[in-house]
Each structure stands twice: as structure tokens, then as C-alpha cells.
Design a protein around this ligand. Structure first.
Ligand SMILES: NC(=O)c1ccc[n+]([C@@H]2O[C@H](COP(=O)([O-])OP(=O)(O)OC[C@H]3O[C@@H](n4cnc5c(N)ncnc54)[C@H](O)[C@@H]3O)[C@@H](O)[C@H]2O)c1
Length: 156
């Protein structure tokens, strides 16, 4: 099932289909540098399945939990993209729950003033809530979601 979200120039499709991860490259442009962000609690087979379909994948597995929505982890993602020569034509893919989606969406929004972002939400909360609406961000100064940006995904 494909649900079209009409947001004018920020419109995108949400694809809901059993087994679609194995054919993600039919829906996403993975023929470029791809920063795949996941966390240590997400079954690693998800990110591995995606990476097999990417031309030039770079994997970042952050610690599971809210603590990863931090400036330090945000900086880590930006550094990885810089070190691996990411350009404005490359992309970030979140493979995880709301923590991974919020963090990596924010990194995608900031790197070179914004590059493509795809979201593959793996928890119920992220599938029905946090992956919708374009809100990305991290926690800072002890306050949840205080730094962030609106950055719509290209696709779910
Ligand atoms: N952006 C938004 O609009 C929005 C809305 C609501 C919540 N949020 C944010 O979402 C976050 C919470 O998201 P969450 O509830 O998904 O938590 P989470 O991302 O921390 O995931 C919960 C746990 O489930 C594990 N996990 C993920 N996928 C799994 C899978 N398929 N199988 C087994 N384990 C799996 C993770 O490793 C983690 O330990 C909060 O940071 C919250 O602020 C954002």
C-alpha cells in the first residue's frame, strides 16, 4: 500500500508492504553515498539488508536509547559524512525507532544545509507517530527535542 502525503514540493510516499526492505532499492535512490543510521537494539539484519542494496554505504550504529539524541552523536554523524566525502547529492537513511529517526533526520537537515533523508521506522511508535510530520531533533541542556529542524523525508 502506498499513501501519498501531499505537502506541495515536500510531498512524499509512505510505502507499507511486507518484505519491502529487501527491495528498498526499487523505491529509494541508493545509487550514491548512503549513511545508514541504526542503533544497537535494532536487529542488525535490517541495516545489513539495506546496505546490500546501496552502492556506497557507510554504517553508523549508535547506542540504543534516548541518550543518543545528543550533540555528541549528532556531531559523529556529521563527521562521518564529511570524512566519507558526502555531497549534497548523497543521503541519510534511518533504520530504527524514533531515536534514530529524530537524530539522523536532524543530521540530514543540517549537512550542507540539507540532504535527502529516508526513514525506515522499526518500532510501532516510529511507524505511526515520529516518522510522520517532519520533526527531527536532539536533546540539549537537559531539555528534550530542544534543538532540531523540520525536514521531511523523501520517503518512508
Ligand atoms: N519526531 C516526532 O514527531 C516524534 C514523535 C514522537 C516521539 N518522538 C521521539 O521518538 C523517540 C522514541 O521512539 P521509540 O519509542 O521508537 O524509541 P527508540 O527509538 O528508543 O526504540 C525503543 C527500543 O526499541 C529498539 N528497537 C527498535 N526497533 C526494534 C525492532 N524492530 N525490534 C526490537 N527492538 C527494536 C531500540 O533499539 C530501542 O532500544 C523519543 O526520542 C521521542 O522524543 C519523536
Amino acid at each position: 500500500m502506498t499513501i501519498h502525503l501531499n505537502l506541495n514540493e515536500n510531498s512524499y510516499d509512505i510505502i507499507v508492504e511486507r518484505g519491502v526492505l529487501k527491495k528498498a532499492d526499487e523505491h529509494l535512490n541508493l545509487n550514491r553515498r548512503v549513511l545508514v543510521v541504526t542503533d544497537s537494539g535494532v536487529p542488525s539484519v535490517y541495516a545489513e539488508t539495506l546496505m546490500k542494496q546501496c552502492k556506497n554505504p557507510v554504517l553508523c550504529t549508535v547506542e540504543s536509547g534516548e541518550g543518543s539524541k545528543s550533540m555528541a552523536t549528532f556531531e559523529k554523524l556529521l563527521s562521518l559524512m564529511l570524512q566519507n566525502g558526502f555531497s549534497r547529492k548523497d543521503c541519510v537513511v534511518a533504520v530504527g525507532g524514533g531515536v534514530v529517526g529524530d537524530l539522523s533526520g536532524f543530521a540530514a537537515s543540517a549537512y550542507m544545509r540539507g540532504i535527502d533523508f529516508y526513514n525506515i521506522p522499526t518500532t510501532l511508535l516510529s511507524q505511526i507517530d515520529s516518522s510522520i510530520g517532519g520533526k527531527t531533533g536532539i536533546n540539549f541542556g537537559g531539555i528534550k527535542n530542544i534543538v532540531g529542524a523540520f525536514h521531511q523525508p523523501k520517503r518512508f
